[in-house]
Design a protein around this ligand. Structure first.
Ligand code: HEM
Length: 389
């Protein structure tokens, strides 16, 4: 297996990781990424197949789980109940409960609200001065919609964003002790808020996700109180972080390429071309030989979703944004057991918000060269300064 080095915090890589992904992919289905000290999959076929291979999973086998330092205990107390970090049978039970409450009928019913919110946000754009469309449009729409879906008041949105940003920062390559302390504090404050909020909502059932999850908890063995809190945190955090940056990266691409026609196919191309989540890892649960490499139980592999999306074997001229390209499933929402629960909601938000934006702001243009934030393995903009005239 070829070895390659690339710091994930190198400014050139943060702005454009795709040339390095090409080098990895050209070295084979699996290549060794020195800076992460693990093999990584950059071809579409390798990422696609390992995502679906049940001999690999996200949860670490008990004997391999690292000791958790005291200062991170509140953070991992939340993570311990997250379906994203678990495998069957707990994963199956938690995911099943969420899917039962997260029906396609309930998602589709959000369309008018998404449209109204999109118009409200556009109404408040400044007429002439440059403004940050990430903060005024891309952030509030997904945050408010996921808060409403769960049944958390709209005015909590800014606080949800702060907690979520602090917790998600734990997955950055540039993580420091300060990042860890902030994530632990956010996890503990977020849990306290939800514990109090759920207590009041028990007496006040409504037609929302929190009510459905509370009912599952009250039925006994189905959902423990800690699982209920973690599931709410996971949905609130995962329910906007990636959508915010897909919208931001997408608007940047639409403006840079002068794309005017935005339909469902354009949204799929946006997801393929510049997704917000680039890397997820899996652990081998047994000795496995794949693509000429033998993994031992406990070995890790990095799956580069964004690299798979630019594989020329799957998409001709893969580095070109082409809204007319026939849709071939990309890996931006993952695959297999952990395939994104929120994909239909994220797609709906983009399918509504982006065409309305283009229609109502035909002269929208980039006012300042955009920069991606140094938050790899997330790939999202620091801000996106635009002008409507
Ligand atoms: C464009 C926006 C989004 C992207 C690109 C995205 C991407 C992903 C990816 C790649 C995974 C799988 C991670 C892995 O396999 O290790 C995932 C899982 C998940 N996502 Fe999303 N997501 C988005 C929006 C959402 C939304 C709106 C929600 C919630 C309403 C959501 C909730 C979840 C949950 C709960 C999981 C864990 C599923 C499981 O472990 O079974 N996501 N997402």
């Amino acid at each position: 297996m070829q070895r390659l080095s690339q710091s994930p915090t190198d400014p050139g890589f943060v702005q454009n990781p795709y040339p390095f992904y090409d080098r990895l992919r050209e070295s084979g289905d699996l290549a060794w990424w020195d800076d992460y000290a693990m093999p990584c999959a950059a071809s579409h076929r390798a990422v696609h197949s390992i995502l679906r291979d049940r001999r690999f999973g996200r949860e670490l086998p008990a004997e391999l789980a690292p000791d958790i330092p005291d200062h991170l205990a509140p953070f991992y107390a939340v993570e311990a109940h997250s379906m994203l970090e678990l495998e069957p049978p707990r994963h199956t039970r938690l995911r099943g409960l969420v899917l039962r409450a997260f029906t396609s009928r309930r998602i589709k019913a959000l369309a008018p609200e998404i449209a109204t919110l999109t118009h409200e946000k556009i109404d408040s754009f400044p007429a002439e001065a440059p403004f940050d469309i990430l903060a005024t449009f891309c952030q509030p729409i997904p945050v408010i919609i996921i808060a409403r879906l769960l049944g958390v008041p709209d005015d909590m949105a800014p606080q949800l964003l702060r907690w979520s940003n602090a917790m998600v920062a734990m997955y950055q390559a540039s993580r420091t002790r300060a990042t860890e302390d902030a994530a632990a504090a956010a996890a503990s404050d977020f849990s306290d808020f939800l514990r109090r909020y759920i207590a009041t909502r028990r007496k006040d059932p409504r037609d929302d996700l929190i009510t459905h999850l509370i009912a599952a908890e009250e039925e006994g063995e189905k959902l423990s109180p800690d699982e209920l809190i973690t599931t709410c945190i996971l949905l609130l955090n995962a329910g906007h972080e990636a959508t915010v940056h897909t919208l931001g990266n997408g608007i940047k691409t639409l403006l840079e390429t002068g794309t005017r026609q935005i339909d469902d196919q354009t949204v799929e191309e946006i997801l393929r071309y510049d997704p917000p989540l680039h890397m997820f890892t899996r652990t081998a649960y047994e000795d496995v030989t794949l693509f000429d490499h033998t993994f031992r139980r406990g070995d890790q592999v990095a799956l580069l979703l964004a690299a798979a999306n630019r594989d020329p074997a799957q998409w001709p001229d893969a580095h070109r944004f082409d809204a007319s390209r026939p849709v071939t499933p990309n890996t931006s929402f993952g695959g297999g057991l952990h395939f994104c629960v929120g994909a239909p909601l994220a797609r709906l938000e983009m399918q509504i918000a982006l065409p309305v934006l283009r229609e109502r702001c035909p002269a929208l243009r980039i006012a300042e060269p955009p920069h991606y934030a140094n938050i790899y393995h997330f790939h999202g903009l620091e801000r996106l300064m635009v002008q409507t005239s």
